[in-house]
Design a protein around this ligand. Structure first.
Ligand code: F6R
Length: 261
């Protein structure tokens, strides 16, 4: 796992955008895994700016979102499918229908989850998966206790996650859905490159566990310690509890620029 401590969220966004640009250069029809929430917004802003400037194109690319709330109406602004359209997809040049999400309104949830796994497989798997991390260590919505080998399925959100996400629902935790569909930890682990971004001291304990704690279902993100190509992009706040912080800084500074993450 590579840990990179950047100046701020915008710097993290630029480093992640560089990695995505390299994937698209190599493979224009690349498959991207897309997270929602606050953490990846700087990445999407940077990618939208580069697309506007003609420096990058998603014309042949495809996308799969990480997760979706169960039961939010199709036109609800916080439905993740709508959020990702607003913050990213509508700002770049994906072909119509190129971005998919799990169906949180499906009548047959297990069948919808199996179909989602199938669609990712049919697309050739995810080349680069963008992730955030919850204060309780979740990635996707794989809450503590999730199977480390899980695939896309329904999960119950923890009270902590619903409190954390109440800011998107007018501060009312009772408006945050109780369930979601999420790519599993096994699904995320199958991505070829995983780029997790975190900012602020509120994420510091989860980030410490992710990079330096024992691998455990209690901190689901720790499974990424087993990933052959996982990159963690942090600001100072999110890095503030890391024991090896000086080592991570030194390692990144001494890396040749061309190598990227
Ligand atoms: C979102 C997702 C979640 C978030 C996490 C952090 O698609 O899967 O794991 O990445 O809850 O959320 P933010 O970035 O809003 O702090």
């Amino acid at each position: 796992m590579e840990v990179v401590i950047a100046q701020d969220a915008a710097a993290c966004g630029a480093i992640a955008a560089d990695a995505i640009a390299r994937v698209l250069d190599r493979k224009p029809a690349a498959v991207l895994g897309l997270a929602t929430g606050s953490s990846p917004l700087a990445i999407y802003d940077e990618l939208a700016a580069r697309c506007d400037a003609g420096l990058i194109s998603f014309r042949h690319a495809r996308g799969f979102t990480l997760d979706e709330y169960v039961g939010l109406p199709a036109d609800h602004p916080e439905r993740y499918r709508n959020v990702i359209d607003t913050v990213f997809v509508s700002r770049v040049d994906f072909a119509p229908g190129a971005v998919h999400g799990p169906d949180g309104l499906a009548a047959d949830i297990p069948a919808a989850c199996a179909a989602y796994e199938e669609a990712i497989g049919q697309a050739g798997g995810i080349d680069l998966q963008i992730l955030g991390i919850g204060t309780d260590g979740h990635i996707g919505f794989n809450e503590p206790g999730s199977s480390l080998a899980s695939r896309t399925r329904i999960k119950t959100l923890t009270r902590q996650t619903r409190i954390d996400n109440a800011r998107f629902f007018g501060g009312d935790v009772d408006l945050v859905p109780t369930h979601c569909l999420t790519q599993g930890l096994g699904t995320i682990m199958a991505a070829r490159h995983v780029v997790l971004v975190a900012s602020g001291r509120g994420k510091a304990e989860a980030v410490h566990q992710l990079a330096e704690g024992p691998v455990s279902a209690m901190w689901p993100a720790t499974i990424l310690q087993h990933h052959p190509h996982a990159t963690v992009l942090l600001d100072d706040g999110a890095a503030s509890r890391l024991q090896l912080v000086d080592y991570y800084r030194e390692t990144y500074l001494s890396k040749p620029e061309w190598q990227g993450i």
